[in-house]
Design a protein around this ligand. Structure first.
Ligand code: ARG
Ligand code: ASP
Length: 729
């Protein structure tokens, strides 16, 4: 980007703030920056029914909603729901932690867990809760010294220096951190001051049959009946500030916590989702979306089809393998299913054609304006050529990336651990500090890894992946050593023998080799043919595919930046939102039904009756706990039911994405009404193209959460510390 784009951007942005229509009722689309709500969104939000002000949501001088929201361990969102630091997030966000505390005898995944007192809460190292203290627009400072006609590299290096000096100037206390992040593809920069608490303890969660009810079959699907929640607690030092774990740490007193509404939702209600959405790519041009639909998504899906099939077969047959593989399986299947939905949604919404039309309109518009034409005429045509060049390697890169990533066959993950240690040794020698550190780290990693590993499953995965590579990679990307024969039997035999000979998947041999260390380790790893195969495949990936890709992206990135600037210049009256980038955002919408296909209408709320409709006794995904059946049959819903029924989940048109899991759904007055955990399958393409007619987020109804904690879990102690409210009456 150059200053030319930049200065225009700044004035445009200001013009935009001033000229915003009072109520456009766009709703739904957008993940907005909390700092800018009063300028960009407040009037629309109020028109949609919000009773709060932008100030109640984000304020640095007094407690506001933002003080109840945390980035949960970097991958999810959580919210504080009591004045004792009780933290609510999704079951699937706490899954790895819950699993790590579980054994076959004490299986919290299977049976659930409720701490009946603070002494029973389980320390969970590795988790953290990051609060946003304040946000500041630092665009001018980051662009200080950037001049017209500078090259991208020159601009980058000036900005790096500016960012570094900005960070050192910002006044923070010892327990605070700062982050400076780019928005609108580098058109704008914001600074975040954060506070991170690391003493997080596991407080409770329902059994999987509630917290993950419907599992992978129902994942991304509406109607949904999952109680996808878990509870943690933030602990602080005696001064209420972040402190490393210590038994005597105290429950954190928040600046603000969310009251929980007992009044539920109705169609048309205003809802707000507040959290840390990870990534969206709304400014991709039509041909980039086409590449995702035609090449990238199908290639990823095909690899995962294979690994999921194999894992599932073993998991269904063996309880220990189920426990070991459940988290890994869920991770692979989650995006596998999302991509399938994404393709379908993009096709249904005719997204590529719609984007083409927008591009045609843009091109026509700029061609009427001399200045814009001069600057941007070649932008889209150039991008198109570059994306066509990417097409050439997209399939091979995607397939090989998936296979080498260490998820679809884990022996490649082992190979990468081994390789890191080997390189530390060959570069720094047996006495070198990096080698000694890597040695310890690898031993620790292997302990964790082998706890959840079956070489039998992995041997089959490896073999299947090799067959897939031979059948689907273009032959120039198949390294020597892999038989080129497409005869599956021969390939399987070759792959099984290779796996069998390798000692990577054998914990004892691996650890012994590390223990011997030095040259003995080097000899051990160098003589492993599976490791050698890993190196050749990785060599192909790096030297032939990644290099090519990177070179193209060096040209694409600045053009994408310019494209965003160009759109803003071409449409000065339009309101733009920056793509999700893992920073704190607000989305808002309405509780509204939708039609996934002709003749079918999806209602907004599900009930416990639906759990019973889906109930399959003893089933892997749809079993129901006897206690829940009993509560259902007796209609024993306490104060949480609604007209004799127990609400479970609901949908609304809040724009959300990965990372928004665990985000609170907040009502018009700032109370918790639900817990965001998913989107409807038909609308998962909202990461690339939002269409309000089919995009919905899915939330657990807050009343179901309370019901499960209280009536099912018997953890009244937790209900007592919350603030339950009746905002509607
Ligand atoms: N689809 C939701 C999200 O992307 C939930 C995933 C967890 N559940 C599962 N069955 N994998 O995170
Ligand atoms: N389930 C997602 C998450 O974990 C949310 C989404 O993609 O809608 O963040």
């Amino acid at each position: 980007m150059n200053t030319f784009f930049r200065s225009t951007f700044k004035s445009l942005f200001i013009a935009l703030l001033l000229s915003l229509p009072v109520s456009t009722l766009l709703a739904g689309e957008g993940m907005w920056i909390p700092l800018l709500l009063s300028a960009l969104n407040e009037s629309e939000m109020k028109a949609m029914g919000m009773k709060m002000s932008a100030d109640d949501i984000y304020n640095v001088n007094k407690g506001s909603l933002k003080d109840a929201i945390v980035h949960f361990s970097g991958f999810c969102t959580g919210e504080v729901i009591s004045n004792q630091g009780l933290l609510l997030t999704n079951h699937h966000c706490g899954y790895g932690t819950i699993q790590s505390h579980s054994t076959l005898e004490n299986n919290y995944l299977k049976d659930g867990f409720w701490a009946k007192s603070k002494a029973e809460e389980i320390p969970s190292p590795g988790l953290y809760a990051k609060f946003i203290v304040r946000i500041e627009d630092v665009t001018d400072k980051v662009f200080d010294g950037v001049r017209d006609k500078m090259t991208t590299t020159e601009i980058d290096s000036i900005q790096k220096v500016n960012i570094r000096s900005l960070q050192s100037e910002i006044e923070t206390t010892a327990y605070q951190d700062t982050e400076i992040r780019s928005f609108f593809e580098g058109n704008q920069y914001f600074l975040f001051v954060t506070e991170t608490y690391t003493d997080i303890r596991y407080v409770g969660s329902p059994p999987e049959s509630i917290g993950k009810f419907g599992s992978d079959t129902d994942n991304w699907v509406w109607p949904r009946h999952t109680g996808d929640f878990a509870l943690f607690r933030i602990y602080a030092g005696p001064d209420n500030k972040p402190a490393p774990y210590a038994e005597e740490n105290i429950p954190y007193t928040p600046k603000h916590f969310l009251p929980v509404s007992l009044d539920g939702i109705e169609e048309g209600d205003f809802t707000l989702v507040f959290g840390f959405p990870g990534t969206t790519q709304q400014y991709l041009p039509s041909f980039a979306v086409q590449q995702i639909v035609d090449i990238i998504d199908p290639a990823r899906i095909a690899v995962r089809d294979i690994s999921l099939d194999i894992m599932k077969r073993y998991m269904v047959a063996d309880e220990a393998i189920k426990l070991a593989y459940s988290s890994k399986y869920a991770t692979i299947s989650n995006y596998w299913k999302k991509w399938i939905g994404e393709i379908q949604g993009l096709k249904k919404a005719n997204a590529v054609r719609m984007k083409e039309k927008q591009e045609e309109e843009f091109t026509a518009l700029i061609s009427k304006n001399k200045k814009l034409k001069a600057k941007y005429e070649n932008l889209l045509p150039e991008l198109k050529v570059l994306y066509r060049d990417l097409d050439i390697v997209a399939k091979n890169r995607t397939i090989l990336g998936e296979v080498l990533g260490g998820r679809n066959t884990e022996v490649f993950r082992l190979a990468s651990y081994a390789d890191r240690l080997y390189r530390a040794y060959s570069q720094h020698g047996a006495e070198g500090q990096p080698y000694l550190e890597t040695k310890d780290a690898t031993k620790e990693r292997l302990e964790g890894f082998f706890k959840d590993y079956s070489a039998e499953v992995d041997a089959e995965l490896f073999s299947a992946m090799m067959v897939h590579l031979v059948n689907h990679l273009d032959s120039e990307y198949l390294p020597d050593g892999i038989p080129k024969a497409r005869d599956e039997h021969t390939l399987h035999q070759w792959a099984s023998a290779l796996f069998e000979q390798s000692s990577l998947s054998d914990k004892d041999s691996f650890l012994q080799a590390i223990e011997k260390g030095g040259d003995a380790y080097a000899e051990w790893i160098q003589s492993d043919s599976l490791y050698q195969l890993y190196l050749s495949l990785r060599g192909v990936y790096n030297d032939k595919l990644a290099v090519y890709n990177r070179a193209l992206y060096e040209k694409i990135d600045p053009l994408q930046t310019a494209y965003v600037t160009a759109l803003m210049e071409a449409y000065p009256d339009r309101r733009f939102w920056p793509d999700a980038n893992g920073t704190l955002r607000v989305s808002y919408g309405l509780v509204e039904p939708f039609s996934p296909k002709d003749g079918l209408m999806y209602k907004t709320q599900t009930y416990l009756d639906g759990v019973m409709e889906k109930y399959i006794p003893g089933d892997y995904e749809f079993d129901v706990h006897p206690k829940l059946i009993e509560l259902y049959e007796n209609g024993d819903f306490g104060p949480y039911g609604e007209d004799g029924k127990m609400p479970v989940c609901f949908i609304a048109s809040n724009h959300s994405t990965g990372g928004n899991s665990g985000s609170p759904a907040i009502d018009a007055s700032g109370n918790l009404i639900g817990l965001n955990f998913d989107r409807v399958w038909e609308g998962t393409m909202s990461d690339l193209y939002y269409d309000r007619s089919i995009c919905r987020n899915i939330m657990v109804d807050a009343r179901y959460i309370l019901f499960v904690i209280d009536k099912f879990g018997g953890a009244g102690n937790l209900i007592e510390e919350m603030k339950l409210v009746h905002p509607k009456s």
